[in-house]
Design a protein around this ligand. Structure first.
Ligand code: NAG
Ligand code: NAG
Ligand code: NAG
Ligand code: NAG
Ligand code: NAG
Ligand code: NAG
Ligand code: NAG
Ligand code: NAG
Ligand code: NAG
Ligand code: NAG
Ligand code: NAG
Ligand code: NAG
Length: 712
């Protein structure tokens, strides 16, 4: 807290900087996030284009990088054809020129490419708003694409712009599910809509929903023309004529049959600069969003949760036209809010990292991912009260569709604490209500995943990692209560939290027959890291009890006795063991971050110091980060960042940050979008996971410094 006051003092000196900063960095991750506003609107593009032609190297792909999600951008400039977005175009009638990429910039809200197309600069921005102050706006599953053109030679040029999305955005089943589409005009907007002829509620195929409607919208006040139809006809039409014929293709069909595309063209005429941005909106809307199990009245379970924005009186018509018009009209002010949020995050990131710009880049990627799997929903109770629940799909592993898993909440906690602590409350409420009502009587410990099978969140999985997961839930809940100053969650579930703490008191030290994510699959009786996390979990409960005015002396004394014992057993002169019955093992103690964040102050400074010394000596041997333990060569980006956040020495901190950065920008064949779990030395090995909301852990330094102060 002391440092926070210091910052507040210095903050008076910063405003001029905030105004003038313009993100000068040219950041090249191995894949760029484009659309990331929900688990089903989550597409990335390869960052390794030939000749710097990044945007034209390939089609965007869904988050696991297997399925293409065709999204095309072309331009005529003085009759010469350029392609500014997407992969190879079939049946092309003309020579296609590929612009050179001059810069790419990543901020928490935007991915911006500056492309040189002959005599013009095209500025392409993929903008995924983060609306910390407005839950309705945050819950809209829409993002913006914008284009600004600027003459580089001072002359005027004749410009036509084209963009389409393909029917691949509607379904992951590209061979059997028939897609339909149509085109709608409002007073200010034109939009295409794509949907399945026979949607299947709450079903996914290849990670895409079978019950989604896709919208691609554009403002009407340009010289707009449009077309829906075969990619092989629609794209060549623009190539030939610089405009489209306003025709609808009504032979509805599956994706792999003459790929349907939903296209727009705008004739900008002869100009030096676009007077304002050309803006498109892309959205993937599902309603309802999840099927949730835990009604307080079991006879009504399970029931469906709707997208939160429909509870807002601004959309009382319940018409998507109004939602799309609102989103389109909101563009200019959304850009202003995003610039101020990006600037604030930049300033704060610089302040906590000693001006380390790699840290800002990692936070930018982490912000995208923390919110990319975050669905905000509501239901209405009999008396008309609105009940808000949020769900975080564990994207990142293909075979895993859990929601609100304990580890995911723990790892992403820093992002929520910095951006808006209240949002974590909606996630916790979904998990805790389920475990309290449905998972009983198996709820003596926390579930691994409280809500399996997103979007059907009706099943819990009991945990093999029971001490770790129970401690995660207690630490997240205590941190939430402390930082949001909201005691409703801890009062509502106090008995459940007490029950869990009893489990930790009995099972943390020694941690008999426990498994750990740090050494997958192997039971052991002496895992140092499991014991540490369990003890911090008890410390977290001591804070929860104190907050509610309950007697917490038993929790305090137990935690303090156990940690003394832990320190005696585990601390060696130069490192901390992983298995404390075997002094030749060692561990990365990333959970010290929880002790610091929550201020439980259980662990002696000398343990922090020994651990940090150890990390510093190891870093030279592992280019991508220190392994989780001596059992494995695997490392995880978010645990590296947790460790960086508790480092006192700037060099250790910066070296850990650089290790994560190195892997995130590594352009080899075995890539993932922002890898989470990977080998600490070998970049040719495929990372286990990427595109995970657990990358919210990148905010670890920021949450420590600013988590107690709302920043926005
Ligand atoms: C983009 O790149 C060009 C050429 O390298 C450079 O002159 C310009 O300053 C860069 N712009 C930004 C915003 O970094
Ligand atoms: C490109 O777009 C970004 C974001 O909208 C803006 O900050 C920047 O000034 C633009 N550059 C040009 C050359 O239009
Ligand atoms: C955080 O979000 C809630 C809505 O969930 C909102 O009421 C609150 O004002 C937001 N907090 C800040 C600091 O903007
Ligand atoms: C499409 O249908 C065929 C025959 O019914 C089936 O074998 C195949 O698995 C289906 N493919 C998908 C992606 O559903
Ligand atoms: C488009 O299709 C949807 C879904 O069937 C329908 O509700 C809507 O009225 C249609 N719009 C137009 C303009 O045909
Ligand atoms: C991505 O998802 C597809 C479809 O579900 C699957 O076939 C593929 O194996 C996945 N790829 C990876 C790298 O997980
Ligand atoms: C195509 O449709 C747009 C939007 O309705 C309209 O402004 C334009 O005049 C139409 N063009 C033609 C050639 O009909
Ligand atoms: C290729 O494009 C032309 C228009 O340029 C169109 O007439 C033709 O049908 C297309 N061919 C195929 C195979 O789709
Ligand atoms: C488009 O046309 C090319 C030949 O020009 C063909 O190879 C391809 O299969 C066609 N694509 C579709 C989706 O019909
Ligand atoms: C519409 O297109 C015409 C013809 O290319 C052009 O002269 C005019 O400036 C355009 N109008 C707008 C508003 O872009
Ligand atoms: C170390 O980092 C802090 C920010 O956490 C910064 O204020 C300080 O100036 C840095 N010290 C040195 C020696 O670079
Ligand atoms: C997702 O969850 C559903 C419902 O629990 C399950 O049937 C399905 O197999 C899961 N899919 C994957 C890819 O894990």
């Amino acid at each position: 807290m002391r440092r926070c006051y210091l910052y507040t003092f210095f903050a008076f000196l910063l405003p001029t900087l905030v105004e003038s900063f313009d993100f000068p960095r040219n950041f090249t991750p191995s894949t760029y996030p484009l659309a990331v506003r929900s688990p089903y609107l989550n597409a990335w593009i390869d960052g390794t284009g030939a000749n710097g032609a990044v945007l034209n190297h390939d089609w965007p792909r869904l988050w696991n990088l297997t399925q293409t999600m065709e999204w095309c951008g072309m331009a005529h400039i003085d009759g010469i054809l350029w392609q500014w977005l997407g992969g190879p175009i079939s049946n092309s009638s003309s020579t296609i020129n590929i612009p050179a990429m001059r810069n790419s910039t990543l901020t928490p809200t935007r991915t911006i490419f500056e492309l040189v197309a002959g005599p013009m600069l095209l500025n392409i921005s993929f903008f995924n708003p983060i609306e910390t102050e407005d839950l309705t706006r945050q819950s809209l599953p829409f993002m913006y694409l914008s284009l600004d053109a600027q003459s580089l030679d001072g002359q005027e040029h004749d410009v036509q712009i084209y963009s389409d999305i393909s029917a691949e955005w509607v379904t992951g089943d590209r061979v059997n599910s028939t897609v339909q589409w149509n085109t709608t005009l409002t007073s200010s907007t034109i939009f295409h809509r794509g949907y399945l002829q026979n949607p299947q509620s709450m079903v996914e195929v290849n990670n895409q929903a079978q019950d989604a409607t896709v919208y691609y919208a554009m403002e009407l006040d340009q010289n707009v023309s449009w077309k829906t139809g075969d990619a092989n006809i629609t794209r060549p039409l623009f190539q030939d004529q610089g405009k489209l014929d306003n025709e609808t293709d009504t032979s509805f069909r599956v994706v792999n049959d003459q790929l349907p595309v939903f296209a727009f063209a705008a004739d900008l005429g002869v100009l030096r600069n676009t007077p304002s941005s050309l803006v498109w909106a892309l959205g993937v809307v599902r309603d309802p969003v999840v099927r949730y199990a835990a009604s307080p009245d079991p006879s009504t379970s399970p029931w469906d949760q709707r997208p939160y924005f429909y509870s807002d009186s601004r959309f009382s018509s319940q018409r998507i036209e109004d939602v799309i018009d609102f989103f389109m009209h909101d563009y200019e002010s959304a850009v202003q809010r995003a610039e101020s949020l990006d600037n604030r995050i930049y300033q704060d990131a610089a302040s906590v990292s000693g001006g380390n710009e790699e840290y800002f880049d990692l936070v930018s990627m982490g912000a995208r991912l923390a919110l990319s799997a975050f669905d905000i929903t509501y239901s209405t109770s009999g008396d008309g009260e609105i009940d808000i629940k949020a769900f975080m799909k564990n994207t990142g592993i293909n075979t895993n569709n859990q929601s609100n898993n304990a580890l995911g909440l723990y790892a992403s906690l820093p992002a929520f604490m910095y951006l808006n602590a209240t949002w974590m409350g909606y996630l916790l409420d979904s998990s805790l209500q389920y475990q309290n009502l449905i998972f009983s009587p198996n709820n003596s410990m926390a579930a691994y995943s409280s809500l399996d099978g997103h979007p059907i969140v009706t099943g819990g999985t009991s945990s093999d990692y029971s001490v770790e997961d129970t401690a995660s839930m207690l630490i997240v809940t205590a941190t939430y209560a402390r930082m949001s100053k909201d005691t409703r969650i801890i009062s509502k579930y106090y008995e459940l939290l007490q029950k869990w703490t009893q489990y930790l008191i009995q099972g943390s030290m020694p941690p008999i027959q426990q498994k750990t994510m740090d050494h997958l699959g192997v039971f052991n009786d002496h895992y140092t890291t499991v014991a540490l996390k369990g003890i911090i979990g008890i410390g977290a409960m001591a804070q929860i009890s104190a907050t509610l005015g309950q007697n917490n002396s038993e929790y305090l004394s137990t935690a303090s006795n156990l940690i003394q014992n832990w320190q005696i057993q585990t601390v060696q002169s130069e490192y901390i063991t992983m298995d404390y019955s075997n002094t030749s093992t060692w561990a990365l103690l990333y959970d010290l971050y929880a002790d610091t964040l929550l201020g439980t102050n259980l662990v002696d400074q000398r343990v922090y110091d020994t651990h940090e010394q150890f990390c510093q000596t190891q870093l030279s041997a592992y280019q991508f980060g220190i392994p989780e333990s001596s059992y494995s060569t695997e490392t995880k980006s978010m645990w590296s960042m947790f460790t960086a956040a508790t480092s006192k020495n700037n060099e250790t901190r910066n070296d850990l940050i650089q290790a994560i950065f190195r892997r995130a920008t590594n352009n080899n064949s075995s890539k993932r979008n922002f890898p989470l779990i990977y080998d600490s030395q070998d970049s040719s090995e495929q990372p286990v996971e990427g595109a995970s909301p657990q990358q919210g852990g990148m905010f670890a330094l920021l949450a420590l410094e600013y988590g107690f102060i709302p920043r926005f």
